[in-house]
Design a protein around this ligand. Structure first.
Ligand code: BTN
Length: 267
């Protein structure tokens, strides 16, 4: 692959964008790997109190939710994963994917993107089109501190013939801003927000961030369908509860949808 044809990730620029938060991170940058999520899951770095981040200019086998592929072209998207450790014995952090989505949303807003919305459980949309996706995978404790790999892909400049097939349609930062930020600056700004929100989440739970998530809910009060469960659910999207579960006003009452492995569509 020709690595000179796009703007590569740069450690000094990431650190500059992270500012005072830089000491809390270990950031490893690769030109190419199969999948940053797969790498961190297969070979988790030691627990030294820092958040370990692995980013790649290009992934050759990027993965999305529900068995989808996260396609990669040189310079097309920022792709990275962060390993986040949580308290031993703590329940699976149900709201984590929503927190990650909120961090991406706030970072994009800081960078000047308008119309940022969140689609439960963890897509980031701009004016209804998908700009970023998140894949959270758990690393079993097995004598270690349990951890989650938070994988994030943000479209920067998709090729005109990308042909990405997604129900809402897709967009990229070039379309939103004209000139997208460098991948390194984008990474630093997202990580700074992730750091801040994960601290709040660890200390106070998702409830402390629920209001901020709801403000950006792409489907608030709209009719939706939930696909992927044994039965298909239809109703009005009421938002999320204190645990990050989706609340749906169905014909037979309010239904609480916990599984992150469902698709939410406009009815
Ligand atoms: C989705 O929208 O379905 C989730 C996409 C997640 C893509 C990111 S890119 C970095 C990390 N590594 C992967 O293989 N996937 C995630």
């Amino acid at each position: 692959m020709d690595h000179s044809a796009y703007e590569a990730l740069d450690g000094a620029e990431v650190a500059a964008a992270l500012g005072g938060d830089a000491a809390g991170f270990s950031v490893v940058l690769l030109q190419e790997c199969d999948s940053t999520n797969s790498r961190l899951l297969a070979d988790p770095p030691p627990d030294d109190g820092r958040v370990h981040v692995l980013a790649a200019d290009v992934q050759t086998a990027g993965r999305g939710r529900r068995g989808r592929v996260w396609q990669s072209w040189p310079g097309a998207s920022l792709t990275f994963s962060a390993l986040w450790r949580f308290e031993p014995g703590a329940p699976v952090p149900a709201g984590l994917s929503l927190v990650a989505g909120l961090a991406v949303a706030r970072a994009l807003e800081d960078l000047g993107v308008e119309g940022v919305q969140l689609k439960w459980p963890n897509d980031v949309l701009v004016h209804g089109h998908k700009l970023a996706g998140i894949l959270i995978e758990l690393l079993p404790g097995r004598g270690r501190t349990p951890a989650a790999v938070i994988g994030i892909g943000i479209n920067r400049r998709l090729p005109p013939d990308a042909g990405v097939d997604y129900p809402t349609g897709v967009t990229d930062l070039a379309a939103c801003l004209g000139q997208p930020p460098s991948p390194s600056r984008l990474l630093g700004v997202v990580l700074a927000h992730l750091n801040c929100l994960l601290d709040i989440y660890a200390a106070a739970g998702f409830g402390a961030l629920r209001g901020a998530w709801q403000q950006r809910n792409a489907f608030a009060d709209l009719p939706v369908r939930i696909l992927g469960e044994a039965e298909e659910l239809a109703g009005t999207c009421l938002g999320v509860d204190e645990d990050g579960a989706l609340l749906l006003q169905a014909a037979d009452g309010v239904r609480r949808v916990l599984s992150g492995d469902v698709s939410l569509r406009m009815a």
